[in-house]
Design a protein around this ligand. Sequence first.
Ligand SMILES: Cc1ncc(COP(=O)(O)O)c(C=O)c1O
Length: 460
Amino acid sequence: MVGIGQPVPCVDGVDRDYVDLDAAASTAASAFVRTKVDTFLPWYSSVHRGAGYKSRVATAAYEDARAAVLRFAGRDPQGDDIAVFCRNTTEAINHLAYRLRLSPDDTVVTTVVEHHANLLPWARVARRRWVECDASGVFDTAAVAAALDAGPSPRLLAVTGASNVTGWLPPIDEIIDAAHDRGVPVLVDAAQLAPHRPLPSRADYLAWSGHKMYAPYGSGAPIGPRSTFSEGDPFLAGGGAVDLVDLDEVIWTDPPEREEAGSPNVVGAVAMHAAIDALGDVGWSAIAEHEAALAIRLREGLAAIDGVRVLGPGPATQGSGSGHETLAVAAFVVTGVHHALVAARLSAEHAIGVRHGCFCAHPYLIRLLGLTESEVHAYRDGVLRGDRSAIPGAVRASCGIATSDADVDALVAAVAAIASGEEPPVAYVQDRYTGDFWPEGAAPGWSEDDRAIGASCARN
Ligand SMILES: Cc1ncc(COP(=O)(O)O)c(C=O)c1O
C-alpha cells in the first residue's frame, strides 16, 4: 500500500507511524494501482471523443476496465448486463433508483442495517418496507422473506452485502434466492463487500466504489441488465449520451454510453481495473483467511477490555460453529468516554486512524445502541439547534488486506489505556457544532492553526 507506516505528528511532539484502521471508509491506495495509473498517464487522453492515437489507447483502456468490472461481478462482458462508470456507490445507487422508473406507489424492501446510500435514494422514488434486525444487529433470510411477502408486492429488494458498522455479512446468496423465488429482483450494495469477498453473481444489480478497494481515483460502478437502461431518459443528460440532437429532439445512444454523459473518468476506470487485478492476484481465500483472523483478534481484544462494549454480532470463532461471518470491523463504545473523544485521543496520542459517530447508518446505530424514542428525539432537537455535542455514536476500527496483527494490538492497547481512565497528556476541548474533540497545545499538526485542515471526523 502507498503510505504504509507514514509518520504523523502526535500531540506530544513525536511523529509516529500511522496505524490505518479506517479501511471501511476509504482504503489506502495499492502500490500496484498507482504503478498502473502512472504507466497509463502518458497515454491519457479523451475517451470516445478523439481521433488521435492516444484517444484510441485511452478508449481501449477504458473499455478493458469495463470488461474487468463485469468479470469481477461474475458477468460475461459480452452478456446482457452492463457496467456504468460513475463516481462511487452513492451515485451508483442514485443512478439505479432513477433508472428503475419506480412510481411513488411502488414498494422497495430494504433493511434497517443499510448505509444511508441504500436508504435515501429509495425514499425519493418509492415507498419503503423494512427488514428489522434483532438486538445483536442481524436478521435472517426468513425475516427478509416475511418482508417480501407482506403486501404490496415489492419491485426491488435493496440490501447490503456487508455492514459498514459491524462488518456483518448477511447470508446474501440465500437472501437473493429467496427474493428470486418470489420474482423480486435484488440490488446488493457491495461497497463493503467488494474489497473482501467475491461479489454475489446472482444479484440483479450491484453497486460499489473504487476508493474502498485500494483504487482512490474517484470511480464506482452500478451493474445491471442492459434492458434497465435501454428505455427512457438517462440519469444524466449531455454529450456522449446521444446519437443525434436537434434543438427540440434528442436520440439517446445505446447503453452503457447512454448512461455516461460527460467526459468519463478514465484514470478512475484504469485504477479500478488495476485493483481488480491486484485482488485477483492475492486471491479471495488468502484475503478471507487473513481478515477472518483479524476479525477475531480485533473483536476479542476489544471485548476483553473492562468498560468496552463491542456492538453487533461476534465473528464465528474457528471450529466453534457459532457466531456470524463478519469482516474485520468492530464498532465499540467506551463507558463514560464520548466516542468522539476516544477517536480524537487515538489519533492525537497514538497515531491511530479510526472513525467515530453513526457511520452514515443512523437507523442501525439507534438499534445497536438501544436508544429509546425519547433519547432519539432529544438528540434530534440538539442537532436542530446546531449542537452535536451529545450525539450518540460509537468508534469503528476497520481492517483491510494490509492490516497487521500489530495494528490491531496497538489499537487494543490504546483503547485499554483510555478505558482504564488514564489521564490524557493534554486537555481536549469539544466543538459543540461538530461534536469533535481537539487537543489543546501547540504541538506541530495539532496547534490552533492546524484546526483549519479538519478535526477528527465529520458532522454526521
Ligand atoms: C455499505 C456502504 N454503502 C454505501 C456506501 C457509500 O459509498 P461511497 O461513499 O463510496 O459512495 C458506503 C460508504 O461507507 C458503505 O459503507
